[in-house]
Structures are given as structure tokens and as C-alpha cells.
Design a binder for this molecule. Sequence first.
Ligand SMILES: Cc1ncc(COP(=O)(O)O)c(C=O)c1O
Length: 426
Amino acid sequence: MELYNLKQPGERVNFAEAVKRGLGQEQGLFFPASIPTLPLDEAFWQSDFLTRAEQVLGAFLADELGQETVSALVRDAFQFPLPLVPANEQQYCLELFHGPTLAFKDFGARFLARTLSLVARDTPMTILTATSGDTGAAVADAFFGLPNIQVVVLYPDGGISELQEKLFCTLGENIHTVAVKGSFDDCQAMVKAAFSDAELKAEYGLTSANSINIARLLAQVVYYFEALAQLPEEEREQAVFAVPSGNFGNLTAGLLAKAMGAPIKRFVAATNSNDTVPRYLQSGQWLPGPVHATLSNAMDVTSPNNWPRVEALFERQHWPLSELAAERVSEPQTEARLKAMYGEGYLSEPHAAVASEALVRQLQQGEVGVFLGTAHPAKFQGAVEQVLDIELPLPEALAAVQNKAILSESLVGEADALKAYLRDRL
Ligand SMILES: Cc1ncc(COP(=O)(O)O)c(C=O)c1O
């Protein structure tokens, strides 16, 4: 597989190199030089999830890693169900939260961890990542205890839920967690600065596990095919996907699936009031504003780092950007949708509610909506309980960490503070 740097198209690497480096020169994102298409015949739709996932990822990676290796990675990484559940008459939820840390990120993080340990062999590496909530848990769980790999996770102090924090800041060993006095964008800026420091990068073998890492992104492509496979055949060509978006990794993965031939009618990018993209699509002006804290806090991002990939894909595929619908969903609208869904018999959480609301606005007659269920409702227990006025039982994965001590250290939101931390702790 060949990839190029979106900022410096002359920089070309294979998959192993892109996975190890995370970002290219000038912090450019790696992107596939060509996108394979799949023969989407009856046999493809009739087979099981793992077989389909082997084919989807094999189309990208078999030339470099061999199909047998790809299949082994897939079978080791994706060991949990992903049901497509009817939420109301026109909408389904693709529930991506049945993995070990109860969020969609388990797909990308587990695939990345296994891929990285395959391609890194015996070279010590440090995963450096910023999280607005769920990435931290998924990455920490996926890498916990792996030899030769240290993990450093930055998150905004007070900007994630208490239970989210418990999930990844209580592990210890090779998992180092840092509560940054600042926003998620500050955390991302610190990570970016560390990656652009060539000396630091080489000294610690820094690599990223954010959705900017191509291995994570490719892993996410598989579940769009899965949603289509689980739809009744007569609805497959009418599917509109609403993607609850923060950094726009999930949307990029969906667009890659469409470019590979997945019969997805169109996409709706759903954001909360951090609406840089919906405003951009309307006005043509990229104006990231200040970050607003919302109920769907994992989407409180105003400078989405995957956006260059979205634009590159539209350009490459000759799709007009105007075909991408976007909806901004306010806090009262999120709450109202969460309540309405509960009334319709489906218990959800704020991120998925934002996407479901986008479908309510966008779906036309004859279309069927699929929104991504990106996190288990219990991960946003406080918000869900308060909005719905119910008590949510804790799933096992969360109950197990509830009373553990947080092991994080606190840092100011400056690049130099991170540098000093790495020198002290690793
Ligand atoms: C629960 C949840 N939903 C949605 C998103 C947004 O996904 P993306 O950053 O790929 O747009 C995130 C990202 O962290 C998340 O944790």
C-alpha cells in the first residue's frame, strides 16, 4: 500500500512506515495513493463480519502484509459484536460500543495496537495521543502491557467524564496519563508540537494513536460495510449515514467505504454547537471559533484534524463538496432528541442523539437512516440520567474501575511542559 503526505505529496511511504510515523513532514496527514474497489457481490453481503472485514482491509493491505497476516490481525482485533438496531421507523443505530471500553474507538485502537507491534518489531516506541474522552480509554486498553511500547495520553482536566477518566487513568504500568489545564485543542497542539520536534520524536520513537493514524482510520472503514450488510437488502441502496463528528475520523472512514464502492446514498456530518464544518460548508469560510462545552463532549472540537482528508477525498473522487450535508445540533435539541428516542423505546446518549437529530432533519421519503452509536449510554451516565430522569446501571467494564485511584499527573497546556514530562518520566 502506498500513501502520500497531503501537505507534501512528494513524501510517499508504505503502510508500515505511515503507521509508525503517524504524521508526515510538516505534520501532514498520510492518505492512500489509490483506493481499491471491492467486488460487492452476493457472497460478500452474505458472509460474516470478520470475513467481510478481512476482505475490506485486505484490499488495502494484502499487497504489503499478505492476506494471511491481515486476516490474523482482523480476527484478533475485532472480537465483539456490532449490531444494527432499529431506533425508530426510519432510523437504525449501528452500535459500535460493545468492545472492551464501550466505544467505537475500540475498533481503531485494537487494530492499531496489533499492527504497530507487528511493524515495529523490537524497536521501543512511545504512543503520544490527545483525547477528548474515549480515545484515551480505547488506546490504553489496546496497548496495556504490550512490551516495548509506552503510552502517554493527554486530556483536558475536567473536560471528560469521571468514569471516562477512571477507565484509562487507573491502569499504570506502561500507560501514563496527563491532565492538562486547558482545552482538548490545547492538548492537540501540545501533541503536534512534540511531533514536530525532530529530536524529541527520534529520542522516544514518538508515534500517534489518534484518528490521524492511518491504521485506526482503515479499521473504521469495515463497520460501514457491516451496517449495509445488516440492512434489509431492499433498503441497502437507500441508506443515509449520519456521523456524530468531532475530529471527523469516522466520517473520513465512511467516505473511504463509499469510495471503495459501498452503496451509501449520502452522508450527514452531525456536530454539536462546535460547528466549524457546518458553517464552512455554508459560507466557504473556515472560521474555528472558541470551544463550547456540550453534553456530547467528545465532539467539542473546533479544529477537526481529519478535515484535510475529507476534502482530499471529495476532490479525488470528483464528488462536489456540496453533496455533503451537515447539521449543527444545539444543546436543547440534543436533549429533546434523547428524550424522544427514549420515548420511542431506544436508550441512547448525547453523541448519537446529535446524529439522530441530523437524520430527523435530513431524511427524505424512501430513505433509511443509519446513525453511529459511538459510545455506550453508561459512559455518559451523568448526562443521560439527568436528561432522561432515570437511573442507569453501570456495565461491568465501568463498575470494575469505579473505585480505583486516578494516577494522572497535572500539566500546564504548553509544549515545553510536555517535553519536560517526557524527559522526566520515560
Ligand atoms: C462518543 C464519541 N462520539 C463521536 C466522536 C467523534 O468522532 P470523530 O472524532 O471521528 O469525528 C467521538 C470522538 O472522540 C466520541 O468519543
